[in-house]
Design a protein around this ligand. Structure first.
Ligand SMILES: NC(=O)c1ccc[n+]([C@@H]2O[C@H](COP(=O)([O-])OP(=O)(O)OC[C@H]3O[C@@H](n4cnc5c(N)ncnc54)[C@H](O)[C@@H]3O)[C@@H](O)[C@H]2O)c1
Length: 342
């Protein structure tokens, strides 16, 4: 089966674009396979999954915690999983993050692959080897960087994806366009969600373009010492409001992009805030939210990009050009307070 192999600093991943899940046995190197999925995907795709041992956890970000990891590990022991077992994460970003993390720690590491089933997981979460869990409101604060052996893209899964999850996926796509792809930004301006939902060929192209965009950045800087940081555009503020305001990751990233674009206008004389806001709205994404400044500030200061009194924020000097900008914590506190009603 046709695949593209991408080498990262720590490992390599085989990307099977345009594949059908029914053909996955040809990719699996062991018949000792255990699927990890969530309750929504298990229900919507039970026929597809019926031939495999499957561990199902309750859908939603609230499951991305240590308790779920412990439950999954107990089930793996029950199922007699061993070092030849391949864990297959079939689901959205919560499933891929959890599967990658369990696979990294169970028996000190077993092989794993992904079949992303949400648009967000296809274009972003499944790629690059970051995995992990939340602790309270602190997003992804525990985890590892460990690459899946393979990722299988089957857009048939998207037939059952709720519309609001399509919107969430476009938040990460627009993020990619903002930080490094003006051509894709212009293309997105000409289209909308309906266009991509009804045009599978264009959708597959868009997914592949985004996967390769992210994979190239990760291949050059797997451990996030330099350019990988740019992928966090919209995420420092986004992560802080995601769990404190209890909204979806994609919605939080969209609002986080607006926050970062406004900071860019303030600090870098970035002129195109309105253009970004309009594009996010075109894909039915939120651009504002009211929040409790102290809670959000506290969450921001726990961000992994913090170094003492400074947080490395990702800003843009123009659409398609992102930079790392150290921002003083006290300045950020004031900005978070004054943006309360963005
Ligand atoms: N590791 C990374 O690099 C990375 C990057 C971006 C996001 N993430 C993480 O990904 C998560 C967000 O991912 P997400 O938006 O996919 O969330 P998710 O996994 O919660 O999926 C969103 C919803 O869609 C449902 N769903 C998924 N596929 C479906 C399908 N085909 N049919 C019907 N329902 C389906 C899920 O059950 C869930 O209710 C966050 O936890 C975020 O931190 C990780």
């Amino acid at each position: 089966m046709k695949c593209k192999t991408i080498f990262f600093e720590n490992d390599k991943t085989q990307f099977y674009f345009d594949t059908n899940f029914d053909k996955i046995d040809a990719i699996l190197t062991s018949n000792n396979v255990i699927i990890i999925t969530d309750s929504n995907v298990a229900l919507a795709h039970k026929t597809k999954l019926k031939n495999y041992a499957t561990i199902v956890f309750k859908a939603g970000e609230a499951s991305k915690n240590q308790l779920t990891i412990n439950t999954i590990i107990a089930k793996l022991i029950q199922l007699k999983a061993d070092r030849n077992t391949i864990l297959l994460g079939v689901g959205g970003g919560v499933v891929t993050d959890i599967t990658g993390f369990v696979a990294s720690i169970f028996l000190r590491g077993v092989s794993f692959g992904f079949v992303p089933t949400s648009l967000l997981a296809m274009v972003d979460a499944s790629v690059g080897g970051k995995n992990g869990i939340d602790v309270g409101v602190y997003k992804n604060i525990v985890g590892t960087i460990n690459q899946p052996k393979f990722i299988v893209y089957d857009t048939n899964f998207l037939d059952t994806l709720p519309l609001k999850e399509w919107q969430n996926g476009f938040a990460e796509i627009i993020k990619h366009a903002c930080i490094g792809n003006t051509k894709m930004f212009a293309q997105l301006q000409q289209k909308n969600i309906d266009f991509y939902r009804n045009n599978n060929k264009k959708l597959k192209n868009l997914i592949k373009k985004n996967v390769l965009f992210k994979a190239k950045i990760v291949a050059n800087d797997t451990y996030e010492t330099s350019t990988r940081k740019l992928l966090n555009f919209g995420h420092t503020f986004g992560h802080a409001i995601e769990n404190t305001c209890n909204i979806s990751h994609g919605n939080a990233v969209s609002i986080g992009i607006c926050f970062a674009a406004k900071l860019s206008a303030q600090l870098l004389s970035f002129n195109d805030y309105k253009i970004i806001e309009t594009l996010l709205q075109q894909y039915n994404l939120p651009t504002t939210i009211s929040y409790t400044a102290t809670k959000v500030f506290n969450a921001v200061t726990k961000d992994k990009k913090r170094e003492n009194k400074v947080i490395n924020f990702i800003l843009i000097s123009q659409i398609g050009k992102a930079i790392v900008q150290p921002i003083d914590i006290s300045f950020l506190k004031k900005t978070i307070q004054s943006h309360q009603q963005l």
